[in-house]
Design a protein around this ligand. Structure first.
Ligand SMILES: [Zn+2]
Length: 415
C-alpha cells in the first residue's frame, strides 16, 4: 500500500471498509446511499470444474476483483474485499490482465449485495491440456490444438502390436516394417487426423452453419474417414520431412498404408455378432480399405494356409485411390450431399462377411489379448511460485478410472 493510499484508508476507515481483512458489511453512516463490502477468494481451479474442491489449496494474490465498478486486489489467502459497493444485484468479475500469464478467469458470478452467504469463490483455470474442439468454425478462426498422450498409446502397442503383426501382417517384409516403423506411423496418423483432418475444408453457403444436419447419421463416419484420409494422403508430402516430423518417410508411409489396409480385417475382432458395422471409426476404416480395393486394386486379399490376409500391392496407386475418396468426401461435406454419402458408406463401410469375422475372432482369441482396452490418463497440474507464475508441471497417475471419468463429466457440466 502506498503512503497516500494508506492515509486515505485510515481516513475512510470510519466510514467504510477499505480493503484488507474483515471489511465491514454493515452500512456506513455517510454518504447517504449506503455501500457494502463484497468478499471473494481467488483460487486455482485445478480440475477446471468451477468449484473449490478440498484438494485445491492454491490461492492467487494481486488479482483485481471488480464488483459494481469498484475493484480491489486479492491479498494473502487469495481474499479480495471490495468495499463501497452499492446494494442490489451485482456481478463479481476478475480483471483478466491482472492474472499471471496463461491463467483464464471464470465468467463473472452474480452476487446479491449486501452479501449474505459466504465469500464468492472465483475460479481461475490453467488450460494446460485442453484440446480445441473439432468444429469447422473454431478451426477457421483459431486453428487446432491437440495433446496426444503417447505414453498411453505406446504402452498399448508394447502390449499387443508384436503379436498382432505376427498373426495378421502377411509377408516377412511387412512384419519387419511394422516392427520398425509401425509406432511412428500410428503416431503420425493420429496427429494428422486430429490436426489437419478434423474440421478442415471450406463449406458452401448452403451448409454454412455445419454439414451435420444435412448428412445426418452419416456425418460422423464421413468426418472420421476424412480425417484419416487427410493423414494417408499427406504422409508422402515433402513438407513433413522438411519440418522434421518423420524419420524414414517412405517406410513410415508404407507402414501406415499396410496398417490401414489391414484394419478392415483386424477390426472385425471387435464385432463378434451380426454382419454390420455400427461404430463410426470402424465404418470409416472399412470405407477407406474397401473403396481403395474396389476402385484401384491396390489392396489385395488372399488366403494362405487357411488364413486370410490383405496386402498393399502398389502404394502410389493406393494413394491415388485415397486422393479420389478424399476429394469426394470433401465435396460431399461442403455441399451437404446426403444421397452421395449414404451410397458410399452403405456400399463400402457397413457390411462384412461373417465367416471371415469368425476366422479373425478365432485367430485373435489364440493371441490371448484383450479385445477392448481403456486407459486412465495422467493428470497435469501446474505448480506455482509465490507470484502465481507457473514454475513446473506436476504429473500424477491416478488409479481410479471411475473417479477420473466422473471428474471429466463434472468439468463439462459446469460450462
Ligand atoms: Zn477422429
Amino acid at each position: 500500500m502506498t503512503p497516500s493510499r494508506a492515509l486515505a484508508c485510515s481516513l475512510l476507515l470510519a466510514l467504510a471498509a477499505c480493503g484488507g481483512k474483515g471489511g465491514g458489511t454493515g452500512p456506513s453512516t455517510m454518504p447517504p446511499e449506503p455501500t457494502y463490502s463484497v468478499t471473494s477468494v481467488v483460487f486455482y481451479d485445478e480440475n477446471g470444474n468451477g468449484v473449490l474442491d478440498g484438494a485445491e489449496a492454491v490461492r492467487l494474490q494481486q488479482v483485481d476483483v471488480v464488483v459494481g465498478g469498484v475493484s480491489a486486489k486479492s491479498g494473502a489467502g487469495g481474499q479480495a474485499v471490495v468495499a463501497g459497493v452499492k446494494a442490489g444485484a451485482q456481478t463479481v468479475a476478475i480483471r483478466t490482465e491482472s492474472l499471471p500469464a496463461y491463467f483464464v478467469p471464470t465468467v463473472p458470478l452474480p452476487v446479491q449485495v449486501p452479501q449474505t452467504g459466504g465469500e464468492v469463490r472465483l475460479a481461475v483455470r490453467l488450460p494446460i491440456g485442453d484440446n480445441l474442439p473439432n468444429e469447422n468454425e473454431i478451426r477457421e478462426k483459431y486453428g487446432s490444438k491437440n495433446f496426444l498422450l503417447l505414453g498411453s498409446s505406446h504402452a498399448l502397442a508394447a502390449a499387443s502390436a508384436a503379436a498382432m503383426n505376427r498373426e495378421f501382417a502377411g509377408a516377412a517384409e511387412e512384419q519387419e516394417r511394422a516392427r520398425k516403423y509401425g509406432e511412428e506411423a500410428e503416431d503420425l496418423l493420429v496427429a494428422m487426423h486430429e490436426v489437419i483432418g478434423h474440421g478442415s475444408g471450406k463449406l458452401s453457403d448452403r451448409v454454412k452453419a455445419g454439414a451435420q444436419p444435412f448428412l445426418k447419421e452419416y456425418y460422423s463416419t464421413l468426418e472420421e474417414a476424412r480425417a484419416d484420409l487427410m493423414a494417408l494422403f499427406n504422409v508422402w508430402d515433402p513438407k513433413l520431412k522438411e519440418l522434421g516430423l518423420v524419420t524414414d518417410q517412405e517406410n513410415v508411409a508404407r507402414a501406415m498404408y499396410d496398417s490401414s489396409a489391414r484394419a478392415a480385417l483386424t477390426q472385425l475382432r471387435r464385432i463378434p455378432k451380426g454382419d454390420t458395422i455400427e461404430e463410426d471409426h470402424q465404418r470409416a476404416r472399412a470405407l477407406i480399405a474397401n473403396f481403395v480395393k474396389d476402385k484401384t486394386g491396390a489392396i489385395e486379399q488372399f488366403n494362405l494356409l487357411g488364413k486370410t490376409f490383405v496386402r498393399v500391392t502398389d502404394y502410389q496407386k493406393m494413394r491415388e485411390g485415397v486422393g479420389v475418396l478424399l476429394a469426394e468426401l470433401m465435396r460431399i461435406k461442403a455441399e451437404g450431399d446426403y444421397d452421395a454419402v449414404k451410397a458410399l458408406i452403405d456400399k463400402y463401410g457397413v457390411h462384412f462377411d461373417p465367416k471371415l469375422r469368425d476366422q479373425v475372432v478365432g485367430r485373435y482369441r489364440q493371441l490371448d489379448l484383450p479385445v477392448y482396452w481403456a486407459g486412465i490418463n495422467p493428470e497435469l497440474t501446474a505448480q506455482l511460485d509465490a507470484k502465481g507464475n507457473v514454475s513446473s508441471i506436476k504429473m500424477t497417475y491416478p488409479r481410479d478410472a471411475v473417479q477420473q471419468y466422473l471428474s471429466y463429466g463434472r468439468m463439462y457440466q459446469s460450462k
